[in-house]
Design a protein around this ligand. Structure first.
Ligand code: GLN
Length: 239
């Protein structure tokens, strides 16, 4: 069937805003400029149905990044999907701080690594650092491995429960963006976030379980003078 890409985009935009452009680009194989130029394209029924089903899923709150399977973080490309937390732009601040504080050949651990966005971004910018990524979820580890490969990143991926397992020692920096939402937060999630794994979001009743456990376990992992860097919720800094 023949569609006018721009007209199609305008209709879809009424339902899901500008995300329509990304989904259309992803599913049609035409780039944004071509779509906006209003190209008449002949597409297979299968592609047409696929585009409509993606628009419907987005309308039902499924995150754009899960639908396209991609997310950009710190200028790098990451593969994501159900079972792994979508990297957030806020987390780039933690990466920037670590890069400022980090000697070139530091030994660094990223705890609760998820997609690997922190570990891989740090390694990309400090190629001589030795970077370990710890993660418990098998699904997340699958993405972590793919993302290390996509980004040609020579990080060490280790399956571990940071709440329990004793780990490798002699780190100069430990960084973590652990799950930190409270019971109350979990009752009031934005619709998109309900598609993300609870295990990557929920930090116990007061949201601080991982900070308590990691702070206790991490100290013996650090070299004297080592640094522990956390991302925390907007209202958790004092605690
Ligand atoms: N560290 C990963 C990130 O920043 C995963 C965090 C998590 O699963 N809570 O995206």
């Amino acid at each position: 069937m023949v569609i006018n890409t721009y007209k199609f985009y305008c209709e879809a935009r009424k339902k899901i805003g500008r995300d329509a452009l990304y989904l259309l680009e992803y599913a049609s194989g035409y780039d944004k400029a071509e779509i906006l130029a209003g190209k008449e394209i002949d597409i297979k029924d299968e592609t047409y149905n696929n585009i409509n089903s993606l628009i419907e899923k987005r309308e039902n709150g499924e995150p754009l990044q899960y639908l396209t399977g991609r997310c950009e973080f710190f200028g790098l490309d990451f593969e994501v999907g159900e079972g792994v937390l979508i990297p957030r732009a806020d987390t780039e601040i933690s990466v920037e701080e670590v890069l400022k504080l980090c000697p070139e050949n530091a030994k660094i651990a990223d705890l609760c690594s998820g997609s690997g966005c922190i570990a891989i971004s740090v390694k990309k910018n400090k190629p001589n650092a030795e970077v370990y990524a710890y993660e418990i979820s098998d699904k997340a580890i699958t993405y972590l491995q793919k993302n290390a490969k996509i980004n040609n990143s020579d990080i060490k991926i280790i399956k571990a429960d940071v709440l329990k397992d004793p780990k490798e020692k002699d780190f100069d920096i430990i960084i973590s963006n652990p799950p930190y939402l409270t019971n109350e937060d979990m009752q009031n999630l934005q619709q998109e976030v309900t598609f993300e794994p609870k295990s990557a979001l929920y930090g116990g009743e007061d949201g601080l379980d991982f900070y308590r456990a990691i702070t206790k376990n991490a100290v013996p992992m650090l070299n004297p003078g080592g640094l522990l860097v956390y991302e925390v919720g907007y209202d958790q800094a004092e605690q």
